[in-house]
Structures are given as structure tokens and as C-alpha cells.
Design a protein around this ligand. Structure first.
Ligand code: C2E
Ligand code: CA
Ligand code: CA
Length: 511
């Protein structure tokens, strides 16, 4: 069927559309999943950061309590209080060492007893915390010093960096975690750094302790979002792929629908694939050519020549029949007008018209244009209207037919005998010809009833003074019968089949 055939010109566009309609939901879905993964990772860094803060505060509480208990001892002789210092170290799980300070002078340590070292309060963030890379005893082990001071009295307690980095590793197993105190920060490998905190590209989040002077930064390294999606979303990816396939199939089907049938006919009209064929009409008495009926053919690039009954209904339905008929009339006048001087009396040219072409006065202009191409009086334009779809007598249609008659255009009722036009109708529209349907002609010599109807039609047309054309004349017997009964014009394979313009012109010159 020609109306389902796709045009090659647009195949590329169609493939692109199909691919896009499949790709679009997949890409959209991936984008949504990406955002979702980012959100999840952000929540994860928030939770991890909060948990780290909680753990560090617990450890610092432990360290601060030791300092609190020791502070009143500051100023006393070191030998008298060093046991108390060591007791705190033993009792408290996170305390590594304890020290007493008098007038910013560390004078007693749990490790060494008597000891002398200057204390610079400026080293401590908010005067309280100092993250160190180590001390003379354990130079490579990080420690966090907690300082408590009141007047000349002071206590320093230290927290083992091992515990801190352990928390960073344990809590942030998948997250990168860093503890920052003032200008220094501790990484999960236990090293203290003095440079700027590195930027974590994915879901970086920094939380500040409300109770101690430190912050925790959590985040992920580059590409974590995709890694997370790869690990967590495989079922969703399968679902997306399924949606993609469904959506591209829908896109494909929709396109197929949109290309047929009216789009395909529009394309054919633009490509001038609708062409006229001509079938001669002869005089009943001398069998000379009196004219021709123009019959439309679709010269389809793949399907070959397509019969009009296969596409005319679609053309009527889509409203394309009007421009198609106009194109047919233009092609006909372009072909035949150059011969008009050689016509022997007015040459009848029959054009098939549908009811939809009669809804406005455009048809008058089409006919005027057609006639103006020919030498004046060289042709009779006959519009053939099938009896099966009669035109409503409205003010517009009556005006149309009046103007058509004014132009000298004639009206023929096609397929006469198959519909139900009344005498009133024939008069109202000033009909000039009746075309007897070929089914009656075919019954000549076969069926008495059909012949009877045929005789009545011939009689009626004589009474109404209408010209009469018999269609589908295939045999000499039919031709003789019709001529004997006074039928003015005959049309049928006996006298000539519908033929292309060039053949028709050649045959016309022979006649
Ligand atoms: P139609 O107007 O009744 O045209 C006569 C049909 O009978 C044509 O068929 C013609 O080829 C065929 N025919 C002619 N002589 C014989 C014969 O001796 N024996 C037999 N069996 N058939 C014969 P075609 O060309 O296939 O057209 C079919 C119908 O399509 C036409 O019937 C007409 O209703 C419609 N049509 C054709 N061209 C146009 C057009 O340009 N516009 C419109 N609206 N309809 C058209
Ligand atoms: Ca016809
Ligand atoms: Ca007919």
C-alpha cells in the first residue's frame, strides 16, 4: 500500500528521532540518579562529621576532666604531686600525659617528674587546644594538648594522636575525614599538616564543635558519585534501559503514524507524483474523438502507478483532494493548450470533482485559470460530480454553479443510476450531461432489468434535453446498442484506455 511507504529522504531524521526518544529518558534518569547519589553522599558526610565530632568531644571531655582535677595542685612541689599526675594517666583511657604549670612555666610532668619548659599560650587555639606533630618523647606521634589555666595555675593534659586518627579511620571508612585545630590539621594516617586543608571535590562538609575549638571536615575524592552509582544503582539502570527501549519504540511507532497517510500524500503532491491520464470520449454516431476524461494516477517512486480508488478516499479525507485536483488541471492545460488550435470544434475535457471542492468559490478561479490557457471556444470544460455524493443546495453552492455556468463550464453527473438524484436536483444545478454508470452498460445483452433501467435513463435525458455519455463500453455489441438508442457519447476500452499525456497527444493527432 503506497500510503505506508516511508520516504527515503527522511529516514535519517526518523532514525535520529527514534534514538533521541530512547536516549532522552535514559539521560534524564541518569541525571536524576546522579543528583540523588550526590544527595545521599552529602547526607553521609553530614552524619559522619557529626559522629566524629561526638567522638572527639568525648575524648576531650576525658582529657579536660584530668586537667580540671589537677589544676588545684599547680604550684605545689612536683615530688609531692607527681603520683597524682600519673594516676590520671593511668585512670583515664585517652590521657597520655599530664603536666603542671606555674606562671606559664611547665615545671612538673607525669613522665619526667621535675621538668622545665616555657608555655606560650599563643600556641593554643582559643588558649585551649594545640595539635602537635609530636613531642621530644614521641616525635612522630601526633598529640592534642589541652590547656587549662587560672591565674598563675595551669594544667596541660595530652590526648594521644593515635586515638584521634583511629576515629578518623574508623568512622570515615568510606569518607575522607580530617580534624582541624587552629592552623593544623590531622589526616586519617595520623600525620599533622600545617598547610591549607585540601578541598574534597564531592560532598565536602565542615562541622564545628560547639564545645571545643576544633572542626571536622568530611568529603569524598573525585569520581565518588559515579562509583557510588555503579555500586548501588545497577537495578535502576536496568529499569532506565527498559524505559529507553519502550520510549524509543513509542517514538518509532508515532513517527510511522505521522508519515501516513496524509503526510505521505502531501509529500507526493510536493513531488508532483499525481499526474493526469487521458481516456478518449467518442461521438456516438461517427466514433470521432469528441474529448477526454482526465483520470488521476499516482506515479509512486516505489509502488509504480497507483489506481485512484486506492488513494482518492484518503485525499478527500485529508482535504488534499482540492490542491491535487488543481495540480491535475494545471498539468492538463499545460499539455493540451498548445494543441487547442488544431481542435475540430470544442474539445470536451472532463475533470472529476468531489463535493469538498464545492464548499467555496475557489473552484471558479481554478476553472477560469484552466480555460484562459486555451484558445477561446476551443474547449468545453465538464466537471464530473459523482451521483453518490451529491452536493447540498446551499446559497454558496448555488452561487458557485451559477458562476461556473457563467464561465461556460458544464456539469456532468457521474455514475448516474447508482445514487438517487431527483429531477429537481438536475434542474437546480443546471446539469448538462448524465454519465451512465458502467455497471448498466456491462449488462447489455445479459440482464433484462438493467437494460430496462438503461433505456429509462436514456429516455429521461432526452426529455430533459441532457447530453448522455455511456461509460465502460468494451464491446461492439454494447456500442451498437447505445448508438441505436441515441446515446451521444461513448467512453470505454473499446475506443481507448486511459493513457499518459504523451501517448494521448500522439493518438489525438491520428484522429
Ligand atoms: P470514474 O470517474 O467513473 O472513471 C471511470 C473509470 O472507469 C476509470 O477508472 C476508468 O479507467 C474506468 N474505465 C474506463 N473505461 C472502462 C472500461 O471499458 N471498462 C472498465 N472496466 N473500466 C473502464 P479509474 O481511472 O481507475 O478511476 C476510478 C475512479 O477514481 C473514477 O471513476 C473517479 O471516480 C475517481 N477518480 C479518478 N481520477 C479522479 C480525480 O482526478 N479526482 C477525483 N475526485 N476522482 C477521480
Ligand atoms: Ca468520471
Ligand atoms: Ca463513472
Amino acid at each position: 500500500m503506497p500510503l505506508n511507504v516511508k520516504s527515503r529522504r527522511k529516514r535519517g531524521t526518523r532514525i535520529v528521532f527514534t534514538v533521541l526518544s530512547g536516549l532522552l529518558p535514559v539521560l534524564l534518569g541518569v541525571a536524576i540518579l546522579y543528583l540523588q547519589a550526590e544527595r545521599t553522599l552529602k547526607q553521609s558526610t553530614e552524619l559522619t562529621g557529626e559522629e566524629a565530632i561526638r567522638q572527639f568531644e568525648l575524648m576531650l571531655d576525658n582529657t579536660a576532666q584530668a586537667a580540671q582535677e589537677l589544676l588545684p595542685l599547680a604550684g605545689q612541689n612536683c615530688n609531692d604531686v607527681k603520683l597524682a599526675l600519673r594516676e590520671q594517666v593511668t585512670r583515664r583511657p585517652f590521657v597520655r600525659s599530664t603536666n603542671l604549670v606555674w606562671n606559664n612555666n611547665l615545671y612538673c610532668s607525669s613522665l619526667f617528674g621535675d621538668y622545665q619548659e616555657k608555655v606560650n599560650p599563643g600556641d593554643y587555639t582559643h588558649g585551649k587546644l594545640w595539635l602537635m606533630n609530636g613531642n621530644p618523647v614521641t616525635p612522630e606521634t601526633a598529640l592534642l594538648v589541652y590547656r587549662l589555666s587560672e591565674g598563675s595555675q595551669g594544667a596541660l593534659t595530652t590526648l594521644n594522636g593515635y586515638h584521634l586518627s583511629h576515629v578518623l579511620r574508623l568512622i570515615g571508612r568510606k569518607t575522607q575525614l580530617m580534624l582541624r585545630v587552629g592552623p593544623y590539621w590531622l589526616s586519617a594516617d595520623g600525620k599533622v599538616h600545617g598547610d591549607a586543608l585540601p578541598i574534597l571535590p564531592v560532598a565536602q562538609n565542615t562541622l564545628t564543635s560547639a564545645r571545643y575549638a576544633f572542626t571536622v571536615t568530611a568529603g569524598f575524592s573525585e569520581g565518588e558519585t559515579w562509583r557510588y552509582m555503579r555500586n548501588e544503582y545497577p537495578p535502576l539502570f536496568s529499569l532506565l534501559l527498559f524505559f529507553g527501549v519502550v520510549s524509543s519504540s513509542i517514538g518509532h511507532v508515532l513517527q510511522k503514524r505521522s508519515t501516513s497517510p496524509s503526510r505521505e500524500m502531501q509529500r507526493a503532491l510536493e513531488a508532483a507524483e499525481f499526474i493526469p491520464y487521458f481516456q478518449p470520449v467518442v461521438h456516438g454516431d461517427n466514433k470521432q474523438w469528441s474529448g477526454a476524461e482526465v483520470l488521476m494516477r499516482w506515479k509512486h517512486p516505489k509502488e509504480g502507478l497507483v489506481r485512484p480508488d486506492l488513494f482518492i478516499p484518503f485525499a478527500e479525507h485529508s482535504g488534499l483532494i482540492v490542491p491535487m485536483t488543481r495540480s491535475l488541471m494545471r498539468q492538463t492545460s499545460a499539455l493540451l493548450a498548445p494543441l487547442s488550435a488544431s481542435f475540430n470544434g470544442p474539445f470536451h475535457i472532463g475533470i472529476n470533482i468531489t463535493a469538498s471542492h464545492c464548499r467555496d468559490l475557489e473552484l471558479v478561479e481554478d476553472c477560469r485559470e484552466f480555460l484562459s490557457a486555451f484558445a477561446p471556444g476551443s474547449v468545453d470544460l465538464v466537471l464530473e460530480l459523482t451521483e453518490r455524493e451529491l452536493i447540498e443546495p446551499t446559497p454558496i453552492t448555488l452561487q458557485l454553479f451559477e458562476q461556473l455556468h457563467g464561465l461556460g463550464v458544464m456539469i456532468a453527473i457521474d455514475d448516474f443510476g447508482t445514487g438517487h438524484s431527483s429531477l429537481g436536483y438536475l434542474r437546480q444545478f443546471n446539469v448538462d450531461f448524465l454519465k451512465i454508470d458502467q455497471s448498466f452498460v456491462a449488462m447489455i445483452g445479459v440482464d433484462a432489468l438493467s437494460r430496462h433501467i438503461l433505456d429509462s435513463i436514456i429516455e429521461l435525458s432526452a426529455k430533459l434535453d441532457l447530453g448522455i455519455v455511456a461509460e465502460g463500453v468494451e464491446t461492439v455489441e454494447q456500442s451498437d446498442y447505445l448508438t441505436a438508442h441515441g446515446v451521444n457519447y461513448l467512453q470505454g476500452y473499446l475506443f481507448g484506455r486511459p493513457m499518459p499525456g504523451a501517448d494521448f497527444i500522439r493518438a489525438l493527432s491520428d484522429h
